[in-house]
Ligand binder design. Structure first.
Ligand code: FAD
Ligand code: NAD
Length: 475
């Protein structure tokens, strides 16, 4: 096998594998090194996203939601299903099959595009050389005109609560539990805490969420966050804000947590704990001190707006660089870099990256929140619409939540769209397209939305921004 490539990508997650495929599509001889292995020792492309993140979590969110509905919500539809039984092993096997299928799919795409997949560890050396150390066998040197670093991120460990892989687990461990814990502690009410807390709550666990900040979901629009918090509490997530964990120790049956909040010190006894307090860039063993690539105080590889590092022809993308840790953000950076390397146009619109939290209801947004617009001194108008007035949402028995549209008071340009409600993650796509084209509230107003659909709520919220909603009283 050749040791000389046009492009070597280190990391085969959604940033790296997408960059590799696009580079190959651009006619560049491309290799992608990835270290992820299945239990059987096989290369498993797809990174955190496919192996232990987006995909397995969504598989469990879907299964647990169906279980919850079967247990509690079929009666409202006039369906008596009798006794509903949970077979967690089968639920987990379904999840594993989806992961295996998608990871295998990437291998197939690599073969179809003639990307060379290399199973093992990659390290960047000076002069655009890469040391490839396979899982078995001798290390060898690869030469590349361009190197793309896409090594992703890792969960942050709390010194007071180190992972033990059994009772104190990270998100990967929380996706693999083989029994529903009676009492589950979740540290961090961020995206992972809420999604995985929801999974185990729906399957029957008593879930207590300890969040250090006083504010719930500070990155979301405050009105949307309030609505989401109300709905999630209603489902039984016991959320404690302003709760700082002091220590955790293994007790006879589980873990004893000590935390402090405004009321004082508390003890909480749980069977298992999921620590989900954020992720940090993964660069362990990646950068030779003379490689010329610089990291910042948070450990992110420093890059410019086009993902160029400080070393010539070395690029970095995805979770290992600044910006939101989202699969689609990394993938778009991968496409941009592979196109720029090939001499084509490449660009990522960082202002229009959608965020989705896959709870019930889902929470999704794009653009700026009301608080951000106020802070930026932008004059804006706001329109909201409640799913309670949506025929489709009522028919689905999922009428909780709202859509909020924010548009510039003078130009009418869309500045932010925020949704807490059924299928919010799908609904937000319309807003993303509209904002990508610098659309206005009027553009959404004049676009015909099929009836009865959830998307009508986006239409009505846009109309409400000009006090012209049809199915709501305009105030
Ligand atoms: P990664 O996916 O982390 O991939 C990096 C790869 O590089 C890994 O395979 C790693 O083994 C490999 N690697 C690292 N160092 C080396 C080395 N030196 N040599 C060789 N290989 C190396 N994002 C969303 O957008 N939507 C979601 O719904 C979502 N859900 C998530 C759920 C969970 C539980 C978690 C943990 C994350 C979720 N994310 C989600 C975040 C998403 O997974 C990440 O943003 C995304 O995977 C980042 O992609 P990446 O390619 O930068 O890194
Ligand atoms: P996060 O940053 O979303 O949330 C971490 C939470 O933990 C924050 O609210 C923080 O205040 C809190 N926290 C920090 N230290 C704490 C402490 N000592 N005690 C109590 N609370 C503490 O991080 P995450 O949930 O771990 O997710 C990591 C990344 O993965 C995120 O950046 C997210 O973008 C990505 N992700 C995305 C999705 C999605 O797109 N649906 C799903 C899962 C993960």
């Amino acid at each position: 096998m050749s040791s000389k490539f046009d492009v070597v990508v280190i990391g085969g997650g959604p940033a790296g594998y997408v960059a590799a495929i696009r580079a190959a599509q651009n006619g560049l001889a491309t290799a992608c090194i990835d270290a992820w292995r299945t239990a059987a020792g096989e290369l498993s492309l797809g990174g955190t996203c496919l192996n232990a993140g987006c995909i397995p979590s969504k598989a469990l969110l879907e299964s647990s939601e169906i279980y919850h509905r079967a247990c509690h919500e079929l009666g409202a539809h006039g369906i008596d299903a009798g006794e509903v039984r949970l077979d967690l092993a089968r639920m987990q096997a379904r999840k594993a099959a989806i992961v295996a299928r998608l990871c295998g799919g990437i291998q197939g795409l690599f073969r179809a595009n003639a990307v060379t997949a290399l199973a093992g560890h990659g390290a960047l050396l000076p002069g655009n050389k890469v040391r490839f150390t396979p899982h078995q066998g001798e290390a060898r040197l690869l030469e590349a005109d361009h190197v793309i670093l896409a090594t992703g991120s890792q969960p942050i460990e709390l010194p007071s609560l180190p992972f033990d892989g059994e009772r104190i687990v990270d998100s990967a461990g929380a996706l693999e539990l083989d029994a529903v814990p009676h009492r589950l502690g979740v540290i961090g009410a961020g995206v992972i805490g809420l999604e995985l807390g929801s999974v185990w709550r729906r399957l029957g666990a008593e879930v207590t969420v300890l969040e250090a900040l006083d504010q719930f979901l500070p990155m979301a629009d405050a009105q949307i966050a309030r609505e989401a918090e109300r709905q999630l509490r209603r489902q039984g997530l016991d959320i404690h804000l302003g709760a700082r964990v002091q220590s955790g120790e293994r007790s006879a049956g589980g873990v004893r947590l000590r935390y402090e909040d405004r009321q004082g010190s508390h003890e909480l006894e749980v069977d298992r704990v999921v620590v989900a307090v954020g992720r940090r860039p993964h660069t362990a063993g990646l950068l030779d001190p003379l490689s010329g690539v610089v990291t910042d105080a948070r450990g992110c590889i420093e890059v410019d707006a086009h993902c160029r590092t400080s070393a010539a022809n070395v690029w970095a993308i995805g979770d290992v660089v600044r910006g939101p840790m989202l699969a689609h953000k990394g993938s778009e950076e991968g496409v941009m870099v592979a196109d720029l390397i090939a001499g084509r146009y490449g660009h990522v619109n960082y202002a229009v990256i959608p965020s989705v939290i896959y709870t019930t209801p889902e929470i999704a947004w794009v653009g700026r929140s009301e608080a951000e617009l106020v802070a930026d001194g932008v004059a804006f108008k706001a329109g909201t619409f409640n799913f309670a007035a949506s025929g489709r949402a009522l028919a689905m028995d999922q009428a909780a939540g709202i859509v909020k549209v924010l548009a510039d008071a003078a130009s009418d340009e869309l500045l932010g769209v925020h949704v807490c409600g059924p299928m919010a993650g799908e609904l937000i796509a319309e807003a993303v397209v509209a904002m990508e084209f610098q659309g206005t509230a009027e553009d959404l107003q004049r676009t015909i939305h099929a009836h009865p659909t959830l998307a009508e709520a986006v239409h009505e919220a846009a109309l409400a921004a000009d006090r012209r909603a049809i199915h709501a009283i305009n105030r």
